[in-house]
Design a protein around this ligand. Structure first.
Ligand code: 3HC
Length: 660
């Protein structure tokens, strides 16, 4: 029997007496108006089709359903609405089973929840990630999920948006089984369910749970919500599922969904969603020209090098880690193994995976071994002479088609590339520490970088599972340049009357996990101090310069690791130190500055203006391609709260009052 089309993206075929309905709406089978109307038509058709015992719903390609079509948000609604389609599935007179072939997210998970059974393929995942978009599930997720998995698991999953893989879905009671061929298994389940009372999720009672356990689960999620409102709203609705009947619960959920969908928090998070996907795309760059990178060499196995090695290993690459001596190479291997162990302990990685990774790792002190590498990433001491000497040496060893990448944070990669005979094969890859955890990588398109080298670097970073943002050559690239600008502004305010704890409190209330002075303490103050000393000779004597940080460094206050910096850390706990206040007051007195009071709003306004001004300069100079790229960098590398959308988005939204 040929496929029957029900809309552009929905078709179905009778197989073993079951109507297999396929959603084919690339790239992620989002629930567009066409998908919704096609599904309704397929349901109507099956209802009157005597030959069909029931329906199996599945997705074409690698996704089941990626959720509601986010691009439709903000546009006039088009019937049928998703909750109506889902209600029709749940109340359908014949069994409907989901064959979840890939990700079932948001509305996709809600469709699966309303089916009378769910078979997960081996690549399936289930998730309600709506809170990550500043909304709550809007088509029954908060009401049906707790009926299957209980309140505690539902609070965690809906409140954080964490997706679960097939095996965990079965353990939780979210899926009925895992199968290599989910459509076949789902057909069998339809036959099994036929003629029996159907298991309608909305009719199941929410299992009763001890209120203390529920409160503990709620507190755990909210502790990580950092000023976002969607997680608390989502949890409220999940808890309501235990108190209200389905109809009332669904009505409360829908009203909250519609209210949050129109909120500035959701607009900001949707901006971030699309900005992250746009980042790393370069107009006119031919992706097809990128070279396949299988073997990666990492030079230097300190904190950064070992983190990069782990990121490359866990994404399936072979890694050669080069050190200066066999002893240092052995130390590097131990560090990499320890980092992998940590990943296993924090459940980011499996023990089997660890062994398999170590089998793909070669550590050596023989530079000639790098002839095997498709890409060499240097992660040695950030000193121009050290790096140029290394690149000169590498140039004579690696294959002609190998790519050379520098992981410098502040040096000029063009100057490093100039040490090679072929600078077109050099690119910057600025990882953030710890490199095996942090998603952001600034991919520096040097003046002479060849397009296929840039394309290869971008493809490599994506294969690492990371987020590439392309930037041009400038001191500090996008992130550190903006960070320097707003640190400068913070220090101006310090001199003018604000205290570090006041500035940090304003940033933390805005949503940063940590204020800038606390961040400086964590990173250590000595690197920036050394840079300031290097730059002293070339600094514009007319430009305002705040000496407070220098005074602290001279007093040996180098940050958290020695227990004293902008704060004191008795027992590791951040504490205001009167000694720091005295240094600040002395600096003000030396310049005859009468301190004044800063409100948190003024502090944020000035810091955000500093970020936006620097961001605008980066755009004007062509260092960053889009405002969204700057937002992505600041959110993923510097703790800017995602629910504010990044500095450029916040400024645009608030027209000059980004803190509002
Ligand atoms: N709506 C519209 N477009 C979407 C989309 C969605 N739900 N999900 C992904 N896309 C687009 C992306 O913007 C991207 O477009 P581009 O190629 O033009 O840049 C393209 O699909 C591919 O996306 P990814 O690059 O993310 O592809 P991956 O294969 O890496 O990941 C995915 C696939 C896991 C499905 C991932 O895209 C994802 O997490 N999507 C969002 C899932 C989500 O948040 N769903 C909830 C939506 S809200 C909702 O359902 C409300 C409901 O409760 C009523």
């Amino acid at each position: 029997m040929a496929d029957i089309p029900f809309s552009k993206s929905i078709s179905a075929r009778l197989r073993d007496g079951v109507f297999v309905v396929v959603i084919d709406n690339p790239p992620v089978n989002a629930l567009s108006a066409d998908v919704r109307s096609g599904l309704m038509a397929a349901l109507d058709h099956t209802a009157s089709l005597d030959a069909a015992t029931g329906i199996v719903l599945t997705g074409a390609g690698s996704t089941f359903i990626g959720g509601a079509d986010i691009k439709e948000f903000g546009k006039p609604p088009v019937e049928p609405m998703l909750p109506d389609v889902i209600e029709r599935i749940e109340t359908f007179e014949k069994p409907v089973v989901a064959a979840v072939n890939g990700a079932a997210l948001g509305g996709g998970c809600e469709v699966a929840l309303a089916c009378h059974g769910r078979i997960a393929g081996e690549k399936a995942s289930f998730g309600l990630p709506e809170v990550k978009l500043g909304i709550v599930p809007g088509a029954g997720g908060t009401q049906r999920l707790p009926r299957l998995v209980g309140l505690v698991a539902a609070i965690e999953l809906v409140g954080t948006g964490r997706p679960v893989k097939a095996a965990e879905a079965v353990t939780l009671g979210l899926a009925d089984g895992v199968a290599t061929a989910p459509v076949g298994a789902a057909i069998a389940l339809v036959h099994e369910a036929s003629g029996k009372p159907l298991r309608r999720t909305g009719m199941i009672g929410v299992p009763s749970t001890d209120p203390t356990t529920v409160s503990a689960a709620e507190a755990k999620v909210l502790a990580r919500a950092r000023g976002q409102s969607a997680p608390a709203e989502a949890i409220r609705l999940v808890k309501a599922a235990g108190e209200l009947d389905l109809r009332r619960g669904l009505a409360a959920e829908r009203a909250t969904f519609l209210r949050l969908r129109d909120s500035s928090e959701s607009a900001a998070l949707r901006h971030v969603f699309f900005a992250e996907r746009a980042a790393g795309k370069v107009e006119g760059l031919d992706k097809a020209s990128s070279r396949r990178i299988e073997t990666v060499a990492v030079v230097g196995t300190g904190l950064m090098g070992s983190g990069i090695a782990v990121a490359a290993l866990t994404s399936g690459h072979s890694v050669i880690a080069l050190e200066q001596s066999p002893e240092a190479a052995a130390g590097g291997r131990a560090r990499i193994a320890e980092t992998l162990d940590k990943s296993v302990r924090s459940a980011r990685f499996t023990a089997d995976g660890r062994a398999e990774c170590l089998a793909r790792l070669q550590t050596t002190a023989e530079a000639e071994e790098l002839v095997k590498a498709d890409l060499v990433i240097e992660a040695v001491f950030d000193d121009l002479t050290v790096k140029t000497d290394l690149f000169r040496k590498l140039d004579g060893i690696v294959r002609a088609d190998a790519i050379l990448a520098t992981n410098t944070s502040y040096l000029n990669p063009d100057a490093i590339a100039a040490a090679t005979a072929d600078p077109s094969r050099v690119v910057g890859l600025h990882f953030f520490s710890p490199a095996n955890v942090m998603r952001l990588v600034e991919v520096v398109d040097c003046v002479k970088t060849a397009p296929e080298v840039l394309a290869s670097a971008l493809a490599f970073v994506k294969r690492l599972g990371k987020l590439p943002v392309v930037c041009g050559v400038t001191e500090g690239f996008i992130g550190n340049r903006i960070f320097s600008a707003y640190r400068r502004e913070a220090e101006f305010m310090l001199e003018d009357g604000a205290l570090p704890q006041e500035i940090d409190a304003a940033l933390e209330a805005y949503g940063f996990p940590m204020g800038i002075f606390a961040v400086n303490d964590m990173a250590g103050l000595e690197i920036a101090w050394a840079r300031r000393k290097r730059q002293a000779a070339t600094r514009d004597p007319a430009a305002r310069y705040v000496e407070i940080a220098d005074r602290l460094c001279e007093a040996g206050r180098l940050g958290h690791k020695i227990g004293r910096g902008w704060y004191a850390y008795p027992d590791g706990k951040r504490t205001i130190d009167p000694e720091v206040t005295a240094v600040i007051e002395a600096a003000r007195a030396a310049k005859n500055i009468a301190p004044r009071i800063f409100t948190p709003a003024e502090i944020m306004s000035r810091l955000l203006k500093a970020m936006v001004d620097e961001g605008t300069a980066l755009l004007t100079d062509g260092i960053a391609a889009r405002p969204g790229d700057i937002d992505v960098v600041m959110i993923n590398g510097y703790g800017f709260p995602a629910h504010r959308g990044g500095p450029m988005f916040a400024a645009e939204q608030n027209k000059g009052e980004p803190h509002a």
